[in-house]
Design a protein around this ligand. Structure first.
Ligand SMILES: Cc1cc2nc3c(=O)[nH]c(=O)nc-3n(C[C@H](O)[C@H](O)[C@H](O)COP(=O)(O)OP(=O)(O)OC[C@H]3O[C@@H](n4cnc5c(N)ncnc54)[C@H](O)[C@@H]3O)c2cc1C
Length: 424
């Protein structure tokens, strides 16, 4: 991956020294604050990770620079800045695994591509195994991953104990019988991803328009010619919607009812502790996962709240459930003080897998259904959506991520729980 030319000269030791001498008054904002033009080639609705990544790849890989990203709040204020920062490609099904592995490869070159320190940290992810049947399932998953070019490693109890001695190995109810490791998984500083993509897109001429809400689509004779916004009408040849938890609401304005429900997911951070958790660990007997941030906080989460909502805050039963999971897995967590918690709105699709597709309306394209796993997909989603917008053809890794799979009956039901978003 090349270093993005327009950004490469802006930061250097010499520049830092010069700015130190003049009171740091010479730095420019990372991106402009432009007045919207009347018309663009492409409008992306939603300045989250996926929208900004799409704009970056449209401009830098597909040479389409007449692009606006329209964000109702501030960039990074949605789920891209609310998630637990885990990246991985440990999926089982063919419709998913090639896409997520493509995305993980893009993470590996992201910082050079956008010339931004996003703290991509491939510390590994470990899914714990608690029964013989689960070991069989994880062995199958690991094999599927390797067949798709990803890395996977099955560990026994002693190997897990050597890496994570603090786990509860004496718990007769949830014995730890091993784990499935993906060493290339890990964490990435989430808001830096939004900032890195935004700065790079801006440097290629993309207009990032914040505090501008899309309130409707102008559709005549089955063709969409632009969006109504709080700053007036903005025209475009193509409009791509990437609004995550607000997908149902937005596409409803275009007269579409999606196979998606919105649910709340919560995240938690403890006070800063000395380094203890080597990578990401997921509990296989309940829904609990944990990693440790560079500042020392334990970052953890669990299930969605389980009812439909557009509120970006969660409820107490899930707090209790997540903390119980943590205590069962690593009782020492009970000594750490919880510092903060928050919620984000998940666009839960009926089979738990995303949709990146054209719609029945000419010029209107959709990207959503990311459920609680769309952060890891950010680079892949951006690239694949840019490919679709630029060429009108699905990218080779996204041929299954289409609307018509629900009509054809070819669901990508990774969890095997059916059309029950509250159970995914
Ligand atoms: C607590 C939590 C933990 C998570 N943990 C992980 C994890 O560890 N790993 C992982 O892979 N995924 C995780 N996720 C999921 C992941 O964060 C999301 O799937 C992903 O960020 C969604 O894509 P996005 O970044 O584009 O969304 P967002 O950042 O939400 O972007 C959508 C944007 O659209 C804007 N918008 C909405 N309506 C309009 C409108 N009418 N006009 C203009 N703009 C509009 C919103 O303001 C928002 O900024 C987690 C999510 C949460 C909430």
């Amino acid at each position: 991956m090349r270093v993005t030319g327009k950004n490469s000269g802006r930061f250097s030791a010499l520049r830092l020294l010069k700015e130190a001498l003049i009171g740091h008054r010479g730095w420019k904002p990372g991106w402009r604050n432009p007045v919207p033009k009347k018309k663009y080639d492409v409008i992306i609705v939603g300045g989250g990770g996926h929208g900004l990544a799409t704009a970056h790849y449209l401009a830098s890989k597909f040479n389409i620079t007449s692009v606006a990203v329209i964000e109702k709040g501030w960039i990074g204020g949605g789920n891209v800045g609310r998630n637990t920062t885990i990246i991985r490609s440990n999926y089982l099904l063919d419709g998913n695994e090639p896409f997520y592995e493509f995305s993980l490869k893009l993470w590996e070159g992201l910082e050079k591509d956008v010339n931004y320190n996003a703290m991509v940290s491939q510390r590994g992810i470990l899914n714990l195994i608690h029964s013989d049947a689960q070991r069989d399932a994880y062995r199958r998953r690991g094999n599927a991953m390797m067949l798709n070019g990803a890395d996977a490693e099955l560990l026994n109890t002693e190997q897990v104990r050597a890496e994570c001695p603090f786990l509860n190995f004496d718990n007769n109810r949830f014995p730890i019988k091993g784990g499935l490791a993906q060493r290339r998984g890990g964490t990435v500083r989430h808001d830096a991803v939004a900032w890195g993509y935004a700065r790079s897109a801006d440097s290629h001429g993309v207009d990032i328009i914040q505090n501008c809400e899309v309130t409707g689509f102008r559709i005549r004779n089955g063709k969409c010619s632009g969006v109504e916004t709080s700053k007036g009408f903005i025209g475009a040849k193509k409009i791509g919607v990437a609004v995550a938890g607000n997908s149902g609401r937005l596409m409803g304005m275009a007269g579409m009812r999606l196979p998606i429900e919105s649910h709340v997911l919560q995240a938690f951070v403890s006070e800063g502790l000395k380094p203890i958790i080597p990578g990401v660990i997921t509990f296989g007997a309940g829904h609990f996962y944990v990693s440790q941030s560079d500042k020392g906080g334990l970052v953890f989460g669990g299930d969605i709240d389980g009812y439909n909502s557009y509120a970006q805050r969660g409820n107490l039963p899930v707090v209790e459930d997540v903390c119980e999971g943590g205590m069962a897995l690593m009782p020492m967590i009970g000594r750490a003080r919880l510092l903060r918690m928050w919620g984000g709105i998940m666009d839960m699709s009926m089979d738990g897998s995303p949709i990146i597709d054209r719609t029945g309306i000419e010029g209107l394209y959709f990207n959503g259904g990311w459920c609680y796993g769309g952060f890891k997909a950010t680079p892949g989603s951006g690239w694949v959506f840019a490919h679709l917008l630029a060429t009108d053809e699905p990218h080779r890794t996204a041929t299954e991520l289409r609307f018509d799979r629900f009509q054809r009956g070819y669901m990508i039901d990774e969890k095997g729980s059916g059309a029950q978003p509250n159970l995914h």
